[in-house]
Design a protein around this ligand. Structure first.
Ligand SMILES: Nc1ncnc2c1ncn2[C@@H]1O[C@H](COP(=O)(O)OP(=O)(O)OP(=O)(O)O)[C@@H](O)[C@H]1O
Ligand code: SF4
Ligand SMILES: [Mg+2]
Length: 344
């Protein structure tokens, strides 16, 4: 449902978020660029530690000490979020943009009834009287599929299953019809049936409310089913970005190809990321040149010197397709052609 002739809802440019630790500067997010269009679901994938969560937290400006956004711009509904005051940002969060996390129980307050927690969103952001806010909360719990919502609203978080708690989080995240929902591994802690129900709920709410979604998951099957476009992250940067059909049909970047393995993925619901030999680079001491170079089979096979000295840019390599790899950069076109030929 991508509508690219519309203005993006969210534009992230050269985002850099670093952590200033005793051991050195961790470059968790180090020059991330992407756009998100109205009603679009953008999948964000990559191995553990590549900066997916820090990217999301940066957009909401929720990165805590010792982390700091050191560069870049985040444009949301015409405003650069990095220039807003903290009060303006508080109004933005929960109201126009919201996030659901991996562990729902830990995000809910254990000492309040869930009905009160959902109602609080309306009393804080909309100044609704308590009774009206409670009624709206019950309505919303019903909408997200909590059975017997009126009664369940009186329950405490520990009295709910993981799946129900995640529904409550979604109810809170969607209470005010946000323009942007960030779902960071929203179903990892849940069993497969509940996972599918939660994903259906996100799809339904996107249809009904036109919410744009950034969906972070390790499950390529979920990406194939849910996302319109995919961004692949490696060591704090986006290395490839394309429509979901294009990425699965024609992955360019050696890292993306590695993640997908050699078996076609589209349509397989349970497929997870492949394990690529070698380990994720140390984000304090990044490799020189291309960050993937120590693990890149293509570089080794083709003895590509440039990869060891210069990090490639993210460049357009096709319609709606961007890639950060010398094999697909204009300067290395002949090697890129060779690579394609080898794969056909
Ligand atoms: N508070 C912190 N202090 C130091 N480094 C941090 C901190 N928070 C995150 N990092 C580092 O930032 C990098 C990116 O972390 P992030 O949580 O964004 O990864 P991720 O892609 O979400 O991984 P996962 O798939 O495991 O959730 C990691 O190397 C992590 O160690
Ligand atoms: S730039 Fe070189 S090292 Fe990096 S992914 Fe491409 S071929 Fe591999
Ligand atoms: Mg994460």
């Amino acid at each position: 449902m991508k509508i690219q002739n519309e203005q993006p809802v969210l534009t992230v440019r050269n985002l850099k978020t670093h952590f200033f630790t005793e051991d050195g500067v961790v470059k968790a997010v180090d020059g991330v660029d992407f756009d998100l269009y109205p009603g679009e679901i953008l999948g964000l994938v990559g191995e553990s530690g590549c900066g997916k969560s820090v990217t999301s937290l940066s957009i909401l400006r929720l990165v805590g000490v010792p982390g700091k956004i050191v560069d870049g711009e985040i444009w949301f509904e015409g405003k650069n979020l990095l220039s807003l005051t903290e009060n303006e940002m508080v109004a933005m969060r929960g109201n126009r943009m919201s996030m659901i996390f991996q562990q729902p129980q830990t995000s809910l307050n254990p000492v309040y009834k869930i009905g009160d927690q959902v109602a609080e969103v309306f009393t804080i952001h909309k100044n609704l009287p308590k009774k009206e806010a409670w009624d709206k909360a019950v309505e919303l719990l019903h909408l997200v599929g909590i059975p017997d919502a009126e009664k369940k609203a009186h329950a405490f978080p520990h009295e709910m299953s993981g799946g129900q708690a995640q529904r409550v989080m979604i109810a809170m995240a969607l209470a005010l019809n946000p323009t942007l929902l960030i779902a960071d591994e929203p179903t990892t802690a849940l069993d497969v049936t509940i996972q599918a129900q939660i994903m259906d709920l996100i799809l339904e709410l996107r249809e009904k409310m036109g919410t744009s979604v950034i969906l972070i998951t390790h499950d390529l099957g979920v990406i194939a089913e849910m996302a319109d476009r995919v961004a692949v992250m490696y060591a704090g940067q986006i290395v490839e970005q394309a429509t979901v059909q294009e990425l699965f049909a024609r992955p360019h970047h050696p890292y993306t190809k590695g993640l997908m393995g050699s078996i076609p993925v589209l349509g397989k619901v349970t497929r997870r990321l492949e394990v690529i030999p070698g380990s994720v680079p140390n984000l304090i001491n990044l490799p020189q040149g291309c960050r993937f170079s120590p693990r890149c089979k293509a570089r080794i096979e083709q003895s590509l010197e440039i990869c060891l000295h210069e990090n490639p840019m993210l460049v357009e390599t096709g319609s709606n397709h961007l890639c950060r790899c010398w094999l697909y950069d204009g300067q290395m076109k002949s090697a890129g052609d060779l690579m394609e030929a080898n794969h056909e």
